[in-house]
Design a protein around this ligand. Sequence first.
Ligand SMILES: NC(=O)c1ccc[n+]([C@@H]2O[C@H](COP(=O)([O-])OP(=O)(O)OC[C@H]3O[C@@H](n4cnc5c(N)ncnc54)[C@H](O)[C@@H]3O)[C@@H](O)[C@H]2O)c1
Ligand SMILES: [Fe+2]
Length: 919
Amino acid sequence: MTWGTDDAADWKAAAERAGNAVLAANPNLLIVVSALCFCMDLRPVKQYPIQFSVANRLVYETHNYIEFQVATLASNNFFSWAQVNERATWALVVLAALDLLCMWAWYRIGKPWPRKSTLLALVAGWGSFFTAVFAGVSFFGFYFYSMYCSYVAHNYFLPWGIILTVCCLLLLLLGAWAACIGLRIQTSDNCGVVPEVCEDICVGNSDDEKSLSELSDVDPLFRAHKDRIPGFAREPGFESLSIAQEYCLGRKRHLPPPPLPPIWDCGMLLFLQIFMFLAVCTLLAIVLVVFSHLADTFWYMRFVFDTKWGFALAEGFPYTAPVWMGEFGQQVRGSYWLNVLRYLAERDVDFAYWPLNGKKYSEGYFSSSGGFVYWDQPQSGQESQIRELTEAISKDLAGHTTQGAHGLNYHHKSPGDEGTTFFMPSKSLLGEGALRGAVQQIKALGHKKALIVTDAVLVKVGAVKAATDVLTEAGITFAIYDGCQPNPTVSQVEAGLKMIKQESCDFVLSFGGGSPHDCAKAIAITCTNGGDIRAMEGVDKSTQPMLTLVAVNTTAGTGAEMTRFCIITDEERHVKMAIVDWRVTPTLAVNDPKTMIGMPKSLTAATGMDALTHAIEAYVSTISNPVTDACALHAMKLISSYLPTAVEDGKNLKARDMMAYAEFLAGMAFNSASLGYVHAMAHQLGGMYNLPHGVCNAILLGPVQEYNAKYVPHLFIDIAVALGFSEVGEDQDLAVKKALKAIKDLKNRVGIPKRLFQEEPRNLKAFKEVKVEHFPALAGNAMKDACGLTNPHQPTKDEVIALFQAAYDQEDDDVDEVEMLQKQLSAAAARCKDAAALKKAMWLATIVFNSQLRLFSQQALHAERRWEDESFGLLMNDSWSVRHTWKLLDIQALMDSPVKWTPEDYPCVRQKLGSACGY
Ligand SMILES: NC(=O)c1ccc[n+]([C@@H]2O[C@H](COP(=O)([O-])OP(=O)(O)OC[C@H]3O[C@@H](n4cnc5c(N)ncnc54)[C@H](O)[C@@H]3O)[C@@H](O)[C@H]2O)c1
Ligand SMILES: [Fe+2]
């Protein structure tokens, strides 16, 4: 295919003929013209723009699934660019050191520096060798591209082939010329060629200076070595002359012999060749280091795309037209994918993309499901899938999902035209001593009397004393309202309101967990706005600022001390009302770890899991932004690191402190990004059975995130990393698996009941009330809960019921995953009733399991042998990998086995392993 050549192969002419014919029939249609060369190159349009009979009907189509994709696939399967870079850098250091070592050794053993002619011959020789290789590659490229893309073949490969061939020949000539010069000098490298001068000197028939300078002039060796002849440089004159004579005659015994004349023997030449080879390798290493740095950068992709087709988007040129990117995609959400998305967004490129294998990053081209589907001929049942996937990628592209934090390349889109609001209390005090600091701030605000809203337990155990003491010390009076209970109710709010008026308090200080804070928020807002707290249900219903509220936190979970949420149970309706109002954000949020030390294990665990739920739900929320993402991820890190210690050793101030920071960070995340279906559903369980909020969340978190992961698996990469699995790389399936396992493990480790099952002996009494028959009603209410609106995918009612059911039925899987699979395998192998085969199967199983254990890291995947990667894929339920696993296990694992394998064994082992793994 050519462009603008006006012959039968002219794609431009063909496109114009076809386009004009279509436009003659319907001038309103857009004509899509594919780029050349696998649809990747539009460069010729610069010179020969397409001309249609109707203006503004041209759209270019481009693809990219070769250059970057192949490079990315290679880097995914063999070495990542980071690894290439690391290795090339090491190679560069070693090679450079060897170069220097060679030069130093050469100098130390007193060998002469090579003559220019020798060097020139060497450089030209090596240069001609490499230009010959590159010329060969160019001609091969020309031959190959001539079959598919004659434009590039003729315009790039052929000229380069010719230029390189000419260079190669010129270098050969240069080398030969330099070699001849060298030979000529070599033959004159002794005194014999200047007999007259030597003779003059030897017979003393010459004055000193003249003889010496003559000798220097005519004898390059003497010139080169005179400085090394002892005494020569020091004492010109007679002594020098005698040395010169000695040099010429070769006899003067009391002086050390002058250095050997540099004879260019084979050894020296070989050494030089080795040095040149090392120098060439060093150059190649430099190129590799630079390229591996560039290879997966956005800059490089932009440069290539702009050069090849992106230029067509620039306004005002005869060739300017929109570009529609048709085929692009990748098996993993790697740098290629992110860079392409960024490019599409940055250059406003249109796109269409419809992978049908369920993996968003992959396209049919390289996937096992194969094949493309076109809009005009979708196969039955595929329309909705196409629509869904295209919507998904549109969202991805617009940055609607929360990829900003781990996708380095693009930003979240602002919802609407008013930007994103980030909600925070105006002042927050954290760390040891924060309570004392807060009281000083209240004093500075001029407040006189506090209504302390707390619960009876905290008063009874004396915890509230920590607050009353510092208030008294600061001269601030107070009244205590301790009628608040876990999951505060409308009537408790009303009682508190009555008291604040009776006691004439001028501010509210909540002391406790989420319940006192919510109760205090409700009291403080109704105190100034009047009316019933029920009227505040919904978003931003207040009209007046609330009373000053200082929220002193004694649990580390809800974030209620700093959020704009207030959850009050309406006893009549058995519903937890969500009051979302920026005016209920506490004036001062106080997190002093010392006030948290008294929390019992179960409360620490439940509140900690609540905080984890906030972080995860905020992270996958559809309205998250880079600020909330950053808070959420760091909260996850802190919780996964410190919650177990805080539970096991409640007096550990560091763990308490870190958990306080974590819950605060999680609060910062969900206060602006909101939550999801875990909370939407947990609120119903809390409202109906008065179950602890954190426990409900912890039990629902796994099933709901498993559901979410089907829609936003990529978001689980950073979640898995934050929860401690830094090695998941870019494998989103693995990340989902690891994240879900981490949630489950943490929940089990801190002693949260495993499920909502009523017979569960370790469960709280209230669980006995939970009935499967209630699930439809609970699901109905959950679907009305505002928290669910930002869930990454909206479930149907049946799906919500199924999620409650899943939380009810959760498996007791204390058994380690690998151990469980091993058990399955051994059972399968045992069924074979063949001791030898069993042994082999177990050995094979060990390989698979070991590889599974080791290969959780993408880096490790690259480093390990490829078949192990594939056998890991087997366990990851990937049909493509399974096929390859069998293939590779056949040829590699079985061959490597310490047990003797015969081909007859394969089907048996395959069957055993297959049935054990469910294939
Ligand atoms: N407003 C929000 O943003 C928000 C967010 C999540 C949850 N919530 C609400 O928060 C409430 C749950 O709050 P919570 O989990 O913090 O518990 P909580 O406030 O309901 O307290 C639970 C129990 O723990 C005790 N307790 C609290 N601190 C203690 C300490 N330091 N030492 C010993 N005992 C202590 C309390 O006396 C109480 O008996 C629920 O009503 C939930 O709906 C609100
Ligand atoms: Fe919560």
